[in-house]
Design a protein around this ligand. Sequence first.
Ligand code: G3D
Ligand code: MG
Length: 181
Amino acid sequence: MGGFFSSLFSKLLGDKEMRILILGLDGAGKTTILYRLQVGEVVKTIPTIGFNVETVTYKNLKFQVWDLGGQTSIRPYWRCYYTNTDAVIYVVDSCDQDRMGISRKELVSMLEEEELKKAVLLVMANKQDMPNALSPSKVSEALGLSALKTRTWSIFKTSAKTGEGLDDAMEWLVNALQGKH
Ligand code: G3D
Ligand code: MG
């Protein structure tokens, strides 16, 4: 792998394993973003409980992706996936105003998880190539991000389709994660 992101992530890698979750409602653009990163092969697994997990491993850096929303009964099983998580990339479809409230609820309950208390949060206000996309400040407001007092977080506008904004967002994340160590 010799792309922009792998050289960026190389900055992060000591001996320690790093884990990054990419979360958000279905259709937000998570899988597209994962492939955009081009740091390795995407492996899809379906645990018996029945939610899809996509994983990319780059050296000792691991990205895991699944969809939030939907069945709450499987929620406890997510816990197996978020121990030792260093960062959450929360992806929002900026055009999907109808589900912004659900997205907010999902984010809030995720951030309440003890295991995620120390995780850095990067919000991607995605699909900014669309004319009806809400601005990042509107997305931030809709998600209630200003209420986050103790967490290291930021929001970026992105388009997984054109690639716009992804570099800036990931650079912020790498710097934020370096600051943690
Ligand atoms: P998910 O993994 O979060 O469920 P996907 O989302 O990555 O599968 O993306 C859902 C759909 O949105 C896909 O379209 C994908 O191409 C599109 N998409 C993702 N990111 C962007 C973006 O930034 N801009 C635009 N315009 N579309 C985007 P399809 O048609 O394949 O379902
Ligand atoms: Mg997906």
